[in-house]
Design a protein around this ligand. Structure first.
Ligand code: TYM
Length: 331
């Protein structure tokens, strides 16, 4: 059975971008593959180095994984820092990761711009840690959104390079995966770019948002005064509203607004109202489960413990073989 690995950073509550880019696939994949889903708390330290927030964020993502439908009986759910073998593999992969290729990585260049006062080595080596996450279970499929494509390419590079240096075929090649074949990028509500935790207030719809919060954010989404000619190409903010509707609304609802756009009778207020209600209906079951699971302290702790033990068993196997291949032996 093929092995699947994916993770989400503990940098805030999960949003619809995380859901449609990653979690939706996690839920389907757990029925068909050997799945490891984790919370990338080490990765979150590259941008969010505050101890007070860390524990509650990790716990929140764990609760949201469960509320969204990841089943701890089917998948291994764990916290990255509970598996020290990941950190060891990260160190070993860093020995063969070149400065130039790390500096060229788009996410690193973005971070140089967004946090110029804290360009730390963790940011530079973010792709090697991510490769370690994936290679530690020798995974082949990695369900992620479009923004992670380059990181997957680097994971293949590091795995293949290891194989070459140590004359083995130890690491298989991991590929980004989405059931719909194309990787997805869910837009935010600010009229430009993707939905994200750090893209500004009101840009993201979180899985735990209340109906009032969702209505408020969607009604404030960027739009314009409407099309002036039939069948016009949609400007980006409008296309974004349609893209969001495509994932949360019924196909015939979407078609009604497509037709209205094309004959210039659309009223964006009506479209936003519908979009907000569909988002509320979509997230409602998760919102209720988030509260219930979060209150069950013992269950959450038990899931984390069980997951850590299962993940470590797999990770230890890999790291023992890696040490052997490299020539690190016990005296
Ligand atoms: P993170 O925490 O930024 O995002 C988690 C997952 O959600 C997807 N995603 C989106 N997909 C579509 N549209 C969006 N607007 C959107 N926003 C976020 C991301 O593509 C991702 O799949 N580097 C990873 C975490 C990670 C990881 C790994 C993933 C660490 N190690 C190993 C896979 C395998 C990240 O920053 O995700």
């Amino acid at each position: 059975m093929e092995t699947v690995v994916s993770g989400i950073r503990s940098t805030g509550n999960l949003h619809l971008g995380n859901y449609f880019g990653a979690i939706k696939n996690f839920i389907q994949m757990q029925h068909h593959y050997n799945c490891y889903f984790f919370i990338a708390d080490y990765h979150s330290l590259t941008t969010h180095p505050h101890p007070t927030d860390l524990h509650s964020s990790v716990r929140r993502v764990l609760v949201e994984y469960l509320a969204a439908g990841i089943d701890p009986e089917k998948s291994t759910i764990y916290i990255q820092s509970d598996v020290p073998e990941v950190a060891e593999l990260y160190l070993l992969l860093n020995m063969n990761a070149y400065m130039g290729e790390l500096e060229r990585c788009t996410s690193f260049k973005d971070k140089i711009r967004s946090q110029p006062d804290n360009i730390n080595a963790g940011l530079l080596t973010y792709p090697t840690l991510m490769a370690a996450d994936i290679l530690i279970h020798r995974a082949t499929k990695v369900p992620v959104g479009k923004d992670q494509e380059q990181h997957l390419e680097m994971a293949r590079t590091f795995g293949n390079r290891f194989n070459r240096i140590y004359e083995s075929e130890f690491f298989p090649e991991p590929y980004a995966f989405n059931f719909g074949s194309e990787l997805v990028k869910i837009p935010g509500l600010d009229g430009k770019g993707k939905m994200g935790k750090s893209e500004g207030e009101g840009n993201a719809i979180f899985l735990g948002d209340s109906p009032e919060e969702i209505r408020k954010k969607v009604m404030r989404a960027v739009s314009d005064s409407g099309p002036t000619e039939p069948n016009a190409v949609k400007p980006e903010p409008i296309q974004n509203l349609f893209d969001l509707m495509k994932v949360v609304s019924a196909a015939d609802t979407l078609q009604v607004f497509e037709d209205k756009y094309n004959d210039c009778t659309i009223r964006y207020g009506d479209m936003k109202k519908q979009l907000a209600e569909d988002m509320i209906n979509f997230t409602a079951p998760m919102r209720e489960k988030i509260n219930a699971i979060s209150a069950d302290e013992d269950y959450v702790r038990q899931v984390a413990r069980l997951g850590a033990a299962k993940a470590r068993e797999s990770a230890q196997k890999t790291i023992n073989e890696v040490r052997e291949l490299i020539g690190i032996r016990k005296f």
